[in-house]
Design a protein. Structure first.
Length: 99
């Protein structure tokens, strides 16, 4: 099945996250930082929410994205993004120990 078929049938959930924000969410999760503010996504569906994240099998909306907390620092607007903790990591190394 194609991505859209899986999304529209309710098998997949979709979250919009700018690429740099995704990288920072993963970095923060690994570093134990629970959340951070970023200007990326301000004024878009990422900030305002209400986007269909997941559909029910009958095509009705099961889950909508939530509105993000926004704050202004030094005259610039930022949104709060929560960190993502990975379940595993792929590591390439020249040399490693087993501890």
């Amino acid at each position: 099945k194609s991505f859209m078929q899986l999304y529209n049938s309710g098998v997949l959930e979709v979250f919009f996250t700018p690429q740099g924000t995704l990288a920072e969410k993963l970095r923060c999760g690994g570093a134990g930082i629970p959340a951070f503010y970023t200007p990326a996504g301000v004024g878009t569906v990422v900030e305002h929410g209400n986007f269909p994240v997941k559909y029910n099998p009958d095509k009705s909306i099961a889950v909508r994205s939530e509105k993000k907390e926004a704050r202004e620092f030094n005259g610039r607007k930022y949104i709060l993004e929560e960190a993502l903790k990975g379940d595993f990591a792929c590591v390439k190394a020249w040399k490693a120990d087993r501890s």
